[in-house]
Design a protein around this ligand. Structure first.
Ligand code: AMP
Length: 281
């Protein structure tokens, strides 16, 4: 596996690959890899013949009061995991090369960004969309893989690619969970044992909603109430939002007609956790 930290070298590698008609796949990550990330890597393997994984903790997607500095990092461990998966390139650019002094151009996906997580993390999706577009411009992948754990992010990237006519296929990959049901996340590293136990209420609440819908419930208000109640049973969880919305526009829905996205964000101690499921009527 080649480790590239220079933008120019990354670009040359991709250009050479394209000249040889290689199909290039990119999996963008912030590192501290877990099985969720590795599932994207394995999906990527199937979809092309050259696989690039970027590890870049993007400062522009963290607000000032957020955990940019504390965000867990372990490049050596990530490198070992990616090597085992047969990744071709680990792209790990330095922050000052990705965002040199004076850079001022950003990408704003106007209507999707302020919804759901965007209402609480101001500027977050501007940072995400901008860094992903930069990674696309540097790596020039044919295919890019994103997890549906970050459902809103996936929709925003799809919208951006469509709106800006970027020639890349965006692939969404399912949420990977631990045996206990907790969606894998680098931020789970912040949880104590007791907090991890409390965090199980997130996936439990989603299963509860699915069961209500199976029993015929269609009213968003009642489903959201039941989800909140399940999470708030424990003293350690603080709900940031629970929302039922249209799976593409992410606009709130009052009732489930065909299918709807149930998305939530919950604080457990220092960890802000998100999870979601599609509810089908
Ligand atoms: P992150 O390193 O958290 O920015 O995530 C990098 C990519 O991995 C994103 O596309 C995430 O949606 C995806 N990802 C993170 N956790 C999971 C998970 N539990 N299941 C599937 N994909 C995930």
């Amino acid at each position: 596996m080649r480790i590239i930290d220079q933008i120019r070298e990354m670009r040359c590698w991709s250009e050479a690959g394209r000249r040889e008609s290689n199909h290039i796949v990119l999996v963008p990550t912030m590192g501290f890899l877990h099985e969720g990330h590795l599932s994207l890597v394995r999906e990527g393997r199937k979809r092309g013949d050259r696989l690039v994984v970027s590890v870049f903790v993007n400062p522009t997607q963290f607000a000032l009061n957020e955990d940019y500095t504390a965000y867990p990092r372990d490049l050596e461990r990530d490198r070992g995991l990616l090597e085992k998966e047969g990744v071709d390139v680990l792209f790990h650019p330095p922050v000052e090369k990705m965002f040199p002094k004076g850079s001022q151009t950003t990408v704003e996906v106007e209507r999707l960004s302020p919804l759901l997580c965007g209402a609480f993390r101001l500027g977050h999706f501007r940072g995400v969309a901008t860094v992903v577009l930069k990674l696309f411009n540097i790596v020039r992948p044919h295919v890019a893989i994103f997890g549906s754990k970050d459902y809103q992010q996936l929709q925003i990237i799809r919208r951006m690619v469509e709106d800006l006519n970027f020639d890349v296929e965006v692939v969404g990959s399912p949420i990977v969970r631990g045996k206990d049901g907790l969606a894998m996340s680098s931020r789970n590293a912040y949880l104590s044992q007791e907090e991890r136990q409390a965090a199980l209420s997130l996936s439990r609440s989603l299963r509860k909603a699915e069961s209500l819908v199976r029993q015929g419930e269609r009213e968003s208000g009642r489903i959201i109430h039941a989800v909140r109640a399940e999470i708030e049973k424990g003293p350690l969880a603080r709900v940031e939002y629970v929302s039922l919305c249209h799976p593409a526009s992410l606009e709130k829905v009052e009732k489930i007609h065909d299918e709807a996205l149930l998305a939530l964000a919950v604080w457990i101690g220092k960890a802000r956790l998100i999870d979601n499921t599609i509810l089908k009527a």
